[in-house]
Design a protein around this ligand. Structure first.
Ligand SMILES: [Zn+2]
Length: 64
């Protein structure tokens, strides 16, 4: 099974996600409301992650 956020392999402790970060992102998606499920494109996933981080406003910004 793959993480629905970043498509990496799921980690048992955080399933269906690969990490707490992705679980938080999914939560942020629901809290933020109405932004689309990211495509399989890694760049889209990265963008979604950044948007989710802004939406939740509790995860540190990542430097690229
Ligand atoms: Zn993930």
């Amino acid at each position: 099974m793959a993480c629905p956020i970043c498509n990496k392999e799921t980690v048992q402790a955080y399933r269906p996600f690969c990490s707490k970060r992705c679980a938080d992102i999914d939560l942020g998606r629901w809290l933020g409301g109405g932004y689309a499920v990211p495509s399989q494109d890694p760049e889209d996933a990265e963008r979604a992650i950044e948007e989710a981080e802004r939406a939740t406003n509790k995860l540190p910004s990542r430097k690229h």
